[in-house]
Design a binder for this molecule. Structure first.
Ligand code: UDP
Length: 247
């Protein structure tokens, strides 16, 4: 698999089809793997957070979740073929669960949301094997209890919706104890699936403006989203200094 480095962070050049096949392989092979959904906010966070950077680096699969990454990869002369959004990949994995019987566990989001999302997925993908839902929290005090729940449910696929970087650090910390074949941080996906939050219309996603929709829906994200212009500036700087850091 070909990868690109954007400001030092590895991103795999996969299409949705390839990412799903890879995840299926992991689910069949067993073991304990992690999928990360990298976007510019992840990349900027990784610049100052060595642990997060290492978690991203060690992931079995790092999908190009943000449109900004496709732009950056082009700028550094190493294009990525397509955007693979975690919010699209997670439901597609639920469809695979229905086809192949993979056991799926939904962790995170506000109380009740994972259950609502499970109902929607059961209706959308009859036969989907949802073996557990739990809100919990990423607080270390709850970790042992949550891990015990997951181990008891024996999932093949685990979605963790605690937001980045908490969800990705949580998975990395706990995978040795859980041994879930495929664990993936999914941000706000359970909110989208449950319908408690709206995702950008398809046309906005196609033209790369999902971030703008998000900002309009949740203006309180503005501070976090300053990572986007900072990311653009850093990538452009790297281009003009010969791409030493960018690729
Ligand atoms: N969340 C949670 N517990 C927390 C923090 C966040 O369950 O302590 C959930 C929140 O309800 C939402 C998701 O994590 O469903 C974060 O979504 P967001 O879109 O903010 O993800 P990000 O963009 O940070 O990856």
């Amino acid at each position: 698999m070909r990868s690109v480095r954007i400001l030092g962070v590895r991103v795999d050049d996969v299409t949705m089809g390839e990412a799903l096949r890879h995840a299926q392989e992991m689910a069949t092979r067993g073991g304990a793997h992690q999928i990360v959904t990298v976007n510019p906010e992840f990349v900027m966070r990784a610049q100052s957070d060595a642990t997060f950077r290492q978690v991203l680096d060690e992931a079995e699969l790092s999908i190009p979740d943000g449109q900004g990454l496709l732009w950056a990869a082009r700028v550094v002369g190493s294009p990525l073929r397509e955007r693979v959004a975690g919010s699209d990949m997670a439901p597609a994995l639920a469809a695979l669960s229905a086809q192949h019987g993979y056991r799926l566990y939904l962790l995170g989001a506000a109380p009740g949301v994972a259950e609502q999302a499970a109902d929607v997925l059961r209706e959308r993908y009859p036969g989907v094997q949802i073996v557990g839902t739990y809100a919990g929290s990423p607080s270390p005090a709850e970790e042992d209890e949550i891990v015990a729940r997951i181990v008891a449910a024996r999932p093949d696929l685990l979605f963790v919706a605690y937001g980045a970087p908490a969800q990705d650090l949580w998975i990395h910390r706990n995978q040795p104890k859980m041994q879930v074949p495929v664990a993936m941080g999914i941000g706000g996906t359970l909110d989208f699936v449950a319908g408690v939050r709206k995702r950008a219309p398809v046309w906005m996603r196609r033209v790369g403006l999902e971030w703008l929709y998000r900002l309009l829906q949740e203006p309180s994200r503005w501070r976090r989203m300053l990572a986007l212009p900072r990311f653009a500036v850093r990538v452009a700087e790297c281009k003009f200094t010969g791409g030493r850091n960018a690729s």
